[in-house]
Design a protein around this ligand. Structure first.
Ligand code: FAD
Length: 469
């Protein structure tokens, strides 16, 4: 298929080299296509440099601190003498740097992929014009993939800067805030709340306008997280919207619409991520858009314009790196004529890496009831109190299964330390439409947290072992 006729003609031109863009490039190369991968910043995008990897590194540091604080409970007397933020940041940068190097190596080795450093714009249905250090290049693609990603949003009148941080700035902070306020109780908000509390913040306050933290999750997980955060001393205000924030040299005052105020040394704005599509020529080329998002076809990810596709955070839906990877692979395979199976959005695993972690896949109980009917849904909650490994790890939580009555499991929702590691099996169960009886027949190793998944399915299949039916 590779038939680049000039240096500027490619099988695929990809605008943006984040999770979605580079995954598409690597898969396309495996399939023998030529690719121009355009990136104005760093290969790897948000996830590697400002998102998943640095935040999860910080959360691990938090876990180490928590372990030290809890030492006495297991018979080891120890204390945390100092959180050396310089050391923490350099650990984080080392992990990011190592992965960045690996990714650079992969892209370099991918035959047919040219990484072009510069700011790109869609200037024709098959053309991306890039301003590089050495001049302008017009790249023509038989196919174009838009993968320009997202940015941290703020609210009208709430200007970022100084003590008002977005997640990028929060990841560079050279100190642990003493009493931060976090605007937004979604994934990014609760993860930072967790890290800062673990690293010694005296108080952490989350302000969320919706009725729950992690409001997109099954309500049982949100409520359990709220209980766990309360126990950890993380406070939150739910159900009242933000009105304004004012900062001085030493702190920030946040006022809600009902007049309640909160004082903190920093305010983290974690109100979601907007699509990075402004002034990139998308509208001019007739790409269908809604509030900045690219309305690609849900199944094919084709924009309906020429051979232009879109992947990742600019496409409405879950803004997750692994969704971007899969969409990138899907589009590369579609272009190569392989007819890959469409990606089912509800089958994408979701993890929130705070302490305790939340991990889920498939439908919430509410969604299942809306889809299948109130009386067609059965649920079961297996408490981690019955799981040996969770007891050893001193964590509480549960695994909740949602099944279609007499049918397959359609949703799995988990809370507890390290439950993210269980989402792999959970997503196989939901995406392969397994029945509880199928899973109950499979052996889960003892003692593992994974066993909790097996036990939950045993119970839902009517044969509980370490549980009540
Ligand atoms: P991006 O990764 O944003 O990549 C887009 C790329 O396009 C960027 O590199 C940008 O520089 C480039 N670009 C944009 N415009 C142009 C232009 N005009 N010319 C050239 N290049 C351009 N997801 C998870 O799955 N797990 C997590 O744990 C997780 N944690 C997160 C934590 C935080 C704090 C944040 C902010 C995000 C997190 N995410 C997580 C989300 C994840 O980072 C995104 O879903 C993912 O990066 C989206 O990939 P993308 O390719 O669509 O966009």
């Amino acid at each position: 298929m590779a038939d680049s006729t000039t240096d500027n003609t490619f099988d695929i031109v990809i605008l943006g080299a984040g999770s979605g863009g580079y995954a598409a490039a690597l898969r396309a190369a495996e399939l023998g296509m030529t690719v121009a991968l355009v990136e104005k910043g760093k290969l790897g995008g948000t996830c590697l440099h400002r998102g998943c990897v640095p935040t999860k590194t910080m959360l691990h540091v938090g876990e180490v601190a928590d372990t030290a604080h809890e030492g006495a409970a297991v018979g080891i007397t120890m204390s945390v003498e100092k959180i050396d933020m310089e050391g923490v940041l350099s650990f984080k940068d080392k992990i990011v740097g190592r992965l960045y190097k690996g990714l650079q190596g992969l892209v370099k080795a991918a035959k047919g992929v040219e990484l072009i450093q510069g700011h790109g714009r869609l200037t024709g249905k098959d053309t991306v014009t890039v301003e590089t250090e050495s001049g302008t290049r017009e790249l023509v693609g038989k196919n174009v993939i838009l993968a320009s990603g997202s940015f941290s949003k703020t609210l009208p009148g709430l200007e970022l800067g100084g003590r008002i941080l977005d997640s990028e700035a929060a990841l560079q902070l050279a100190e642990v805030p003493k009493n931060p306020i976090i605007l937004g109780g979604g994934v990014i908000g609760v993860e930072f709340a967790s890290v800062w509390k673990s690293l010694g913040a005296e108080s952490v306050t989350i302000v969320e306008g919706l009725p729950h933290l992690a409001a997109n999750e099954d309500e049982s997980l949100s409520k359990a997280l709220e209980r766990a955060f309360k126990k950890r001393g993380i406070t939150f205000s739910l159900g009242t919207f933000f009105e304004k924030a004012e900062q001085t040299d030493s702190g920030v005052t946040v006022t809600l619409v009902d007049g309640t105020t909160f004082e903190g040394d920093y305010l983290l704005v974690a109100v979601g991520r907007g699509p990075n599509t402004k002034d990139l020529g998308y509208e001019e080329q007739g790409i269908p858009m809604d509030r900045g998002f690219v309305l690609a076809d849900k199944e094919t990810l084709h924009t309906g314009v020429g051979n232009v596709y879109a992947v990742g955070d600019i496409v409405p839906g879950l803004q997750l790196a692994h969704r971007g990877f899969q969409q990138g692979i899907f589009v590369a395979e579609s272009i190569a004529g392989l007819k890959p199976a469409p990606i089912v959005e509800s089958g994408i695993p979701r993890v929130t890496y705070c302490e305790p972690e939340l991990a889920s896949v498939g439908l919430t109980e509410k969604q299942a009831k809306e889809k299948l009917g109130e009386d067609k849904v059965e649920t079961y909650e297996y408490n981690l109190g019955g799981n040996g490994k969770s007891q050893i790890l001193n964590t509480t939580g549960f695994v909740k299964l949602v099944r279609e009555k007499d049918g397959p499991v359609v949703g799995i929702h988990m809370i507890g330390a390290r439950v993210s590691e269980q989402v792999g099996e959970a997503q196989l169960i939901v995406n392969w439409e397994a029945y509880p009886e199928d899973v109950a027949a499979l052996v889960h190793a003892h003692p593992t947290q994974n066993e909790a998944l097996g036990e939950a399915h045993l119970a839902l299949a009517g044969k509980p072992l370490h549980a009540h039916s």
